[in-house]
Design a binder for this molecule. Structure first.
Ligand SMILES: Nc1ncnc2c1ncn2[C@@H]1O[C@H](COP(=O)(O)OP(=O)(O)O)[C@@H](O)[C@H]1O
Ligand SMILES: [Mg+2]
Length: 631
């Protein structure tokens, strides 16, 4: 019921947005709110800006792309600053086709789709509103009705430059239906919509033999020629090509360079002169942004062909490489999984990160100049601190290989391997090792991986696995120590009692028998050894601790578990070392005793409650860490 209400509400909302009037009324609107007359390029730029911009380390971050595109900040910054912004200001780049060039599954289509959906939304806001001559199949800009000789005066009055000529169809309608009175021509607010073919279009190449230029520029409607008497009557023409329909908005040209050249030439005139040729008419003006995409090898082939020279200078190429940050790659996977049909499967913590480590490594290039290995480079890029390097080094490293990120493993491959791991395992819970195994198995079937690459990739799988091992151990250690905060405290107090007795040359009392006993040297050493305190240094260490305790006491403070960093570390490590046995026991065939079982269950509960595991993945983790410790 609620849902039906929402549909109704939305319909009412759309109803309220509608506007219709004469051209005279429209002029009033334009005077009040000149933005409604902005160009398609300018509207797109406003849309991106209106979602917010923030600045970090001298780089701009455009929030419009948040939640959909990850790790492409630099490409996006360049795209906005070198294309969207200057094009919005009618600078020359506007006259070029925007070509996104990057490796397969690197987010090009996603980026364009985001712009399209964004424009649809934006045209429904006050800021992004736009209007068209009513009944025009190309939603022509009403200002085109203003004849040339009045445009200068119009500019002086409103500051708005009018580009483009009234289309043949509307020229005819103006004469026939309105007796030339432009003020009477009806105008309506339009709402961009790809589904309804208003202001958003997509053109994708198909078989060049059968693909017709009409798909792009429309065609004669032969059934109406008899009615109108001539092929050159604009009423006998269907302005229903993608270029017609995308007028006022954006047209996506998928895989542009796979297309037959004759299609490209049409685009050239459109971007260069703002018009294109359709049928037997005078040129048709169009105001739209053309975004094309292609991969690098097609682009290279295209560039190397002399015949295409004229086209080169009219294309602006924006590289869209793969993301190079592990943490952003994880977000890409999470998003793709969320959108897939395996979204209900439990994915153990660190599993996606481990896969991301592998992917990023395949995309990075060795640095020749800066003695930094790939793993460190990967961490540095992801914002981790790496000894001996800082953010200035990142810049230099990026500069070293301009084409970094243009090759390597693509996100879709990883997602496919995750899906297949899920199916193979048959349990709705998978972990880092399942994924790595599946990635490895898939490499053999990957069509575009050379033998050399495969070997390198195998190494990267080992590296990713090693990184995972460290994460897994740390995780269990954390969960274990945390669960045993009480044990840690008891162990420390026990240690301190012994240290005190040792330093003061006293005896201790056995809590059960009450007998006097010597300080427990074995216990003290087992803790001190955890942080590398040698036999010779033990006395100094113990004395230092006693001094610290009395300093605390003098200030009225209590010396506790967190008061001495190194001691705390030693205690944690000791506890963790003890865990080794516990884990070993539970993983071996012998049944663990009651206390051991209790301990293990506490760790598992902690992993589930605090660290995002489920019982399958928590048990797998413990077993795995147990096996690592046994090595
Ligand atoms: N940087 C990225 N940010 C978000 N998603 C990405 C990114 N790179 C790839 N993807 C995801 O990978 C898949 C393939 O991307 P797509 O846009 O079709 O690539 P392309 O058009 O470049 O071949 C999509 O599901 C997309 O969401
Ligand atoms: Mg694509």
């Amino acid at each position: 019921m609620d849902f039906l209400e929402k549909i109704k509400e939305y319909r009412a909302y759309e109803e309220r947005l509608k506007w219709e009037g004469t051209f005279a009324d429209y002029l009033e609107l334009v005077r009040k709110q000149p933005e409604i007359a902005q160009s398609a390029h300018s509207r797109l730029y406003s849309m991106v800006i209106s979602a917010g911009v923030s600045e970090k380390n001298g780089h701009k971050h455009y929030h419009f792309f948040d939640d959909s595109i990850y790790g492409l900040d630099e490409s996006i910054e360049r795209l906005v600053e070198e294309y969207f912004h200057p094009a919005a200001r009618r600078l020359d780049v506007k006259k070029r086709i925007l070509l996104l060039m990057g490796p397969v599954s690197g987010g090009k289509s996603t980026l364009v789709t985001l712009l399209k959906r964004g424009l649809e939304q934006f045209s429904r806001t006050d800021e992004g509103a736009l209007y068209a001559i009513k009944g025009c199949p190309m939603h022509e800009d009403p200002l085109h009705l203003i004849p040339d000789h009045l445009r200068e005066a119009f500019f002086e009055e409103t500051g708005i430059r009018i580009e483009g000529n009234l289309s043949p169809l509307n020229t005819m309608r103006l004469e026939k239906e309105y007796g030339g009175r432009i003020e009477d021509v009806p105008v309506e607010r339009i709402f961009l919509s790809e589904d309804k073919r208003v202001g958003i279009g997509t053109f994708s190449p198909s078989d060049p033999k059968s693909q017709d230029i009409a798909d792009l520029t429309g065609s004669i409607d032969f059934s109406t020629i008899a009615e109108y008497g001539s092929e050159s009557d604009p009423r006998a023409y269907r302005f229903d090509g993608e270029l017609n329909k995308a007028n006022r908005g954006l047209m996506e040209f998928q895989e542009m360079l796979k297309c037959d050249e004759k299609f490209l030439w049409h685009l050239l005139s459109l971007t260069q002169e703002g018009n294109f040729k359709a049928g037997r008419f005078a040129l048709i003006s169009a105001d739209e942004l053309i975004v094309a995409h292609t991969n690098e090898s097609e682009y290279r082939t295209f560039i190397s062909n002399k015949k295409n020279e004229a086209l080169h200078s009219r294309i602006i190429v924006m590289p869209v490489p793969y993301n190079l940050k592990v943490s952003e790659e994880e977000k890409i996977y999470s998003k793709m999984i969320r959108e897939s049909d395996v979204s209900n499967v439990h994915i153990a913590p660190h599993a996606l990160k481990t896969a991301a480590i592998f992917s990023i490594l395949t995309r990075l290039k060795e640095s020749k100049s800066r003695g930094i290995d790939l793993v460190k480079k990967m961490k540095l890029y992801d914002g981790e601190s790496v000894e001996g390097f800082n953010s200035a080094d990142i810049k230099e490293l990026k500069h070293e290989h301009q084409d970094e990120g243009m090759s390597g493993i693509d996100p879709r491959y990883v997602i496919n391997r995750i899906s297949s791991a899920i199916i193979k395992k048959g349990v709705p819970s998978i972990n880092a090792l399942d994924i790595l195994r599946s990635i490895k198995d898939g490499l053999d079937q990957h069509p575009s991986i050379s033998k050399d690459d495969r070997e390198r990739y195998m190494d990267f799988i080992s590296v990713a696995r090693h990184e995972y091992d460290e994460m897994a151990k740390r995780e269990v250690q954390k969960a274990f120590v945390y669960s045993f905060e009480e044990s840690a405290k008891t162990l420390m107090n026990n240690y301190l009692d012994n240290v005190e007795a040792y330093c003061n040359k006293n005896k201790l009392y056995d809590p059960i028998t009450g007998d006097e006993i010597d300080p427990d040297e074995k216990l003290m050493r087992s803790i001190e050894e955890q942080i590398g305190i040698s036999e010779n240094a033990k006395k100094a260490f113990r004395e230092e601790i006693l001094i610290r305790i009395s300093a605390y006491a003098r200030k009225g403070k209590r010396f506790d578990y967190n008061s001495h960093e190194r001691l705390r570390e030693a205690i944690q490590k000791k506890l963790f070392a003890d865990l080794k046995d516990v884990v070993k026991i539970t993983t071996s065939s012998k049944t663990p005793d009651e206390t051991q079982l209790k301990r293990i269950n506490e760790v598992i509960a902690r992993l589930i409650d605090e660290y995002g595991y489920n019982s399958t993945s928590a048990n797998e983790l413990l077993r795995y860490v147990g096996s690592l410790l046994n090595r």
